[in-house]
Design a protein around this ligand. Structure first.
Ligand SMILES: Nc1ncnc2c1ncn2[C@@H]1O[C@H](COP(=O)(O)OP(=O)(O)OP(=O)(O)O)[C@@H](O)[C@H]1O
Ligand SMILES: [Mg+2]
Length: 237
């Protein structure tokens, strides 16, 4: 395995992620020659996270206690599984999901990218796939020359999946309803950690997503409702 490059502090807003864990940039940049050492794994995971996180959320941190707990639970579970096996690295493979509800602009997406970044620097390996629900439906539209089943599986089987804005948009087509059910059902059956945001109210879940999807979401997810003003309006000049 190629040595992982050191991280340049100037280009990354990383200290707020390390400080709560009692770690420093020197720790993160320690290379003891073992590719699976905690800092080497954390550095690799962090650089992968930096590649995935969009510019707007590049400095996000997860401040919500419920989200921090979810990250922590998955990380602890991964380290416990590593000891049991034993395996060279702690890998997030299964665990609880999280449904983050709240109105426009309260900071749901920000918290989720914060969770992704924070999980990275713990030193676990978590292979995230990130998608908005609307983009997913568009990608899975059956069309000539595109193997939408492979694309579906890439999301359904992702070790950790972040689905942003589930339930948004206009009336669902039969195809969209089918994607919703198959995706959630797969992740439910296999207990794959899934982070979901939505503008829906809890009482609207069943009517919008269908009872079978809503029932699975209720069982597989811890549910958090964020409240507050639309932060975008607060930031507008
Ligand atoms: N804790 C925070 N600290 C600093 N900026 C924040 C924080 N939370 C959110 N923001 C900023 O506020 C804006 C809105 O946040 P975000 O996009 O996460 O909202 P949302 O709840 O996902 O909205 P929507 O439902 O429309 O998708 C973004 O510019 C985001 O970077
Ligand atoms: Mg959002």
């Amino acid at each position: 395995m190629e040595p992982t490059p050191k991280i340049n502090l100037e280009q990354h807003d990383i200290l707020p992620l390390l400080a709560p864990q009692g770690r420093t940039l020197d720790w993160l940049n320690t290379d003891d020659g073992n590719p699976y050492s905690l800092p080497n794994t954390a550095r690799r995971s962090y650089l992968e996270a930096a590649r995935i996180v969009p510019l707007r959320y590049r400095a996000a941190t997860a401040q919500h206690p419920g989200i921090r707990r979810w990250v922590n639970d998955l990380v602890q579970e991964a380290f416990a599984a590593k000891e049991k096996r034993p395996a060279p690295a702690a890998v997030v493979r299964s665990g609880p999901s999280l449904l983050l509800l709240g109105s426009v602009g309260v900071g749901k997406t920000y918290q989720c990218y914060g969770a992704l970044r924070e999980m990275a620097v713990t030193g676990v390996v978590a292979q995230w796939t990130v998608v908005t629900a609307a983009d997913l439906y568009a990608r899975l539209q059956p069309r000539f020359g595109v193997d939408s089943e492979t694309e579906f599986e890439r999301h359904a089987k992702a070790p950790v999946l972040f689905i942003d804005d589930l339930g948004a948009g206009g009336k669902f087509s039969e195809h969209t309803e089918n994607v919703n059910f198959r995706l959630i059902n797969y992740r439910y059956d296999h207990q794959l950690p899934t982070l979901i945001t939505s503008n829906l109210l809890p009482k609207e879940l069943g009517a919008r997503m269908g009872d079978r999807v809503a029932s699975r979401l209720v069982e597989m997810c811890d549910r958090i409702t964020m409240t507050g003003p639309d932060k975008r309006r607060g930031m507008a000049a």
